[in-house]
Design a protein around this ligand. Structure first.
Ligand code: GSH
Length: 217
């Protein structure tokens, strides 16, 4: 039975899961949830995710929400196909993947998310971006990126010399961030830039990027 992913290809959190499904060569059907028509607040959708947010993955009898939990499930369930994103053959490497997936979620995401929301999310709703919020979070993001720059000067990817879920999880928000005026936070740090260029040249991520065009998807 083909997996059903409820979401939108322009949505960052949906794109995180789509990237993982492409890396794992797993077929899926994208079921469009119209956020503007509040399709995510319909009882039938709330039955799948009581928080009324996309993405949601349905795989047979199991229904999952929270994009990072979904990618872990997919990477684990399909560990024998496509790219190994969790280093399942090495206990130590798998632990490092977990560390750096937590870093994305606990350090990187809280800084980059408000910037993307102010810059892209607010105008879509007819609201003015708040530059003070953007500036405060840029400062936080730069500090996180200083740590990344040091780490990526000793390993090619975040968890080690192997691409993993930890790198992949950064893709969607950073993709939109690079379309703002502040992309130099990434490109002025040589090791972070080399890492970003490397991961965005992956066929799976290029394919996801094709769907991340506001107004068209
Ligand atoms: N932590 C959740 C995840 O990683 O899946 C966040 C999900 C989320 O914020 N989804 C957004 C959404 O559904 C779209 S990218 N927004 C509509 C809403 O919150 O009402």
């Amino acid at each position: 039975m083909v997996l059903k992913l409820h979401g939108l290809s322009v949505s960052t959190n949906t794109a995180r899961v789509v990237a993982c499904l492409h890396e794992k060569d797993v077929d899926f059907e994208l079921v469009r949830v119209d956020l503007f028509a509040r399709g995510n607040k319909e009882p039938s959708f709330l039955a799948k995710n009581p928080f009324g947010q996309i993405p949601v993955l349905e795989d047979g009898d199991i229904t999952l929400f929270e994009s990072r939990a979904i990618t872990s499930y997919v990477a684990e369930k399909f560990k024998e196909t496509g790219t190994d994103l969790i280093r399942h053959e090495s206990f130590d490497e798998a632990a490092l993947v977990k560390v750096w997936t937590e870093v994305e979620s606990q350090q990187y995401h809280p800084a980059i998310c408000p910037i993307i929301y102010e810059f892209f999310g607010k105008p879509v709703q007819g609201l003015e971006p708040d530059q003070a919020v953007i500036d405060a979070n840029l400062e936080k993001l730069e500090k996180v990126l200083n740590v990344y720059e040091a780490k990526l000067s000793s390993t090619k990817y975040l968890a080690g010399d192997f691409y993993s879920l930890a790198d992949l999880h950064h893709f969607p928000y950073t993709f939109y961030f690079m379309k703002t005026a502040w992309g130099s936070a990434i490109s002025d740090r040589p090791h972070v830039k080399a890492w970003w260029d490397d991961i965005t040249s992956r066929p799976a991520l290029k394919k996801v990027a094709e769907g991340m065009t506001f107004g068209e998807n």
